[in-house]
Design a protein around this ligand. Structure first.
Ligand SMILES: [Zn+2]
Length: 134
């Protein structure tokens, strides 16, 4: 449900736009999770629900929870949620605007860069259309 090409598109576009603080595929979850969750939301739209705990953001599609490290999805929310504050935050459903606001000052990749999400989405679409055309 999380296509490899979506992860690759995000990493490529982020690193093109950022002079420092580069991301790698395996580090998306360590500072870029909310960017990636918003990208997933853009791809799957109404099918995807945004979730956030104090220390992680991810999406639910169907009955499973997904992030960049769980491309096949997990059944239990507790398997994907992360808490750093000691309150055992299990994750809440947030709207897109709420998630953007929540992560404004707490994410290592800074406030949400909508331009990166939009460009990564466009690149992903282009790549998947080329795959289909072949
Ligand atoms: Zn917490």
């Amino acid at each position: 449900m999380v296509p490899k090409s979506l992860i690759e598109s995000f990493v490529k576009v982020w690193n093109e736009q950022s002079l420092f603080h580069k991301v790698q595929e395996h580090t998306i979850n360590s500072g870029w999770c909310y960017h990636f969750a918003l990208l997933m939301k853009k791809v799957y739209r109404n099918k995807a629900t945004l979730y956030s705990s104090c220390d992680h953001a991810w999406v639910k599609i169907g009955h499973k929870y997904y992030d960049s490290k769980n491309p096949e999805g997990v059944n239990l929310k507790s398997s994907i949620s992360m808490c750093c504050c000691g309150l055992k935050c299990s994750g809440e459903i947030l709207s897109k605007a709420e998630l953007v606001k929540f992560w404004r000052h707490r994410g290592r990749s800074g406030p949400v860069k909508h331009s990166v999400i939009n460009k990564a989405y466009a690149l992903y679409k282009k790549v998947s259309e080329n795959v289909v055309a072949k």
